[in-house]
Design a protein around this ligand. Structure first.
Ligand code: RP5
Length: 162
């Protein structure tokens, strides 16, 4: 079995409909990944164990999604040098602005690469992870180039009437 390169973690089962956008992009691009529920508040020991073992397990990128008081991406970045991409999950109460603010404003020393709120952010997290891995994987770089070219080709030049 090939080694898992990307860890997708999220604070709750309720984050999965958003975070599976990242998983689906990684599937399309043939990047090995795993998905785990790891809550900063409800399962702090699981967070610690995941962060402590991430590098030695060979993970190259971690995508971390959370909503509300979204401390998971930042805490994970504090625990491992594996690059962390943060996805602010959209919330009902504050539309995900709370999640964004909780993730984006990290103190100097422990960066989190923060994406847009919601599904687009999760998909872009998958693409960003693939771009990072492409730096040392020519076959993946070619697949990512083809994915990007196909997206461009799918955009019509002129708008259509309904
Ligand atoms: C956060 O609280 C999770 O990341 C989730 O976005 C939010 C709500 O969680 P649930 O109450 O739906 O489990 O920790």
């Amino acid at each position: 079995m090939s080694k898992i390169e990307v860890g997708i973690i999220m604070g709750s089962q309720s984050d999965w409909p958003t975070m599976r956008e990242a998983a689906s992009i990684l599937d399309e691009l043939g990047v090995t990944h795993e998905a785990r529920i790891v809550s900063a508040h409800r399962t702090p020991d699981r967070l610690w164990d995941y962060g402590r073992s991430a590098a030695e397990r060979g993970l190259k990128v971690i995508i971390a999604g959370a909503g509300g008081a979204a401390h998971l991406p930042g805490m994970m970045a504090s625990k491992t040098r594996v690059p962390v991409i943060g996805v602010p999950v959209q919330t009902k109460a504050l539309s995900g602005v709370d999640s964004l603010y909780s993730i984006v404003q990290m103190p100097k020393g422990y960066p989190v690469a923060t994406m847009a709120i919601g599904a687009a952010g999760a998909a872009n997290a998958g693409l960003m992870a693939a771009a990072i891995l492409s730096l040392s994987d020519a076959a993946l770089a070619a697949r990512l180039d083809a994915w990007r070219a196909a997206l461009s080709a799918s955009i019509p030049e002129t708008p259509a009437d309904d």
